[in-house]
Design a protein around this ligand. Structure first.
Ligand code: ADP
Ligand code: MG
Ligand code: MG
Length: 257
């Protein structure tokens, strides 16, 4: 469903992604780990279509289409979802209104009829329960005054409502206490196993911590370093990383002598 070939991307003239390759098939979970500053969030932003990032070389094919030519809105409607590392607060826009608008825009793009208010509310309340969120949060402004854990859970709620084909979750586990982590993992697992919309989704899970992978067993683990995937393996790679740290697993810097 997703093929990233030789992706190079820069921000303000700094090359951050330097030839990244990744293939994700429907139903697969790919964990991406890597030291701070290696380009994990840059990858998420480039896939979302963030305007500050310029792709200089390479291609991204999503379900047979050139993703990079689509606008941010088209990508979202086509089924690409990004849960951001730092979810934005949007004062004045209620969470529930936003979800309804987003879902119905997507349905319109796919030439489906809009959900009426009642059906929508029923759907969203089921999803709210799945992530263990307090219902009153639906009626507040998006993320405004939400705790860190509530913001992360709200990202997962958006994902469950929109049922994307490809979900990129950028450090959704960071800043969560153990109970919130379990709920978020539960929500992601429910989504992973849902195929009511036909094809199973592909998931890219950016994380620093093995602990999330205790709850969500990935099919593949990749280490992103200096803008490239330098090592790939199965779940055992994350365990090895936890034991040894990056120093032992990363390519050594070339000697300058
Ligand atoms: P990660 O998510 O792996 O920690 P990022 O993708 O956030 O890494 O960042 C990769 C590199 O890009 C870092 O060195 C960061 O400082 C740089 N970077 C990110 N945003 C900008 C920006 N707006 N301007 C310049 N450099 C940036
Ligand atoms: Mg980081
Ligand atoms: Mg990051």
């Amino acid at each position: 469903m997703l093929n990233i070939n030789n992706l190079h991307a820069e921000i303000q003239g700094n090359m951050i992604l330097k030839g990244l390759n990744l293939s994700v098939k429907s139903g697969e979970v790919h964990a991406i780990m890597g030291p701070n500053g290696s380009g994990k969030s840059t990858l998420a932003n480039v896939l979302a279509g963030h305007p500050d990032y310029q792709v200089t070389t390479g291609e991204v094919i999503f379900q047979g289409r050139d993703l990079l030519t689509l606008s941010v809105a088209e990508r979202a409607c086509a089924g690409v979802f990004v849960a951001f590392q730092y979810p934005l607060e949007i004062p004045g826009v209620s969470n529930v209104q936003f979800l309804k608008l987003a879902l119905n825009s997507q349905r319109k793009y796919r030439q489906l009829s809009e959900l009426d208010a009642l059906d929508f509310l029923q759907l969203v309340k089921t999803k709210v329960q799945q992530v263990g969120m307090e219902e009153p949060l639906l009626y507040r402004s998006i993320n405004e005054g939400f705790s860190g854990g509530e913001k992360k859970r709200n990202e997962i709620l958006q994902m469950l409502v929109l049922e994307p084909q490809l979900a990129i979750l950028d450090e959704t586990d960071s800043g969560l206490d153990i109970d919130a982590l379990k709920l978020v993992a539960q929500g992601i697992n429910a989504f992973r196993n849902s195929a009511d919309s036909g094809q199973k989704p592909g998931i890219i899970l950016v994380t620093h911590y093995q602990r999330l992978l205790n709850f969500i067993n990935p099919d593949f683990v990749h280490i992103l370093f200096d803008g490239r995937i330098v090592k790939s393996g199965g779940p055992e790679l994350a365990l090895e990383l936890e034991r040894k740290g990056y120093a032992d697993l990363l390519p050594k810097a070339p000697s300058t002598e």
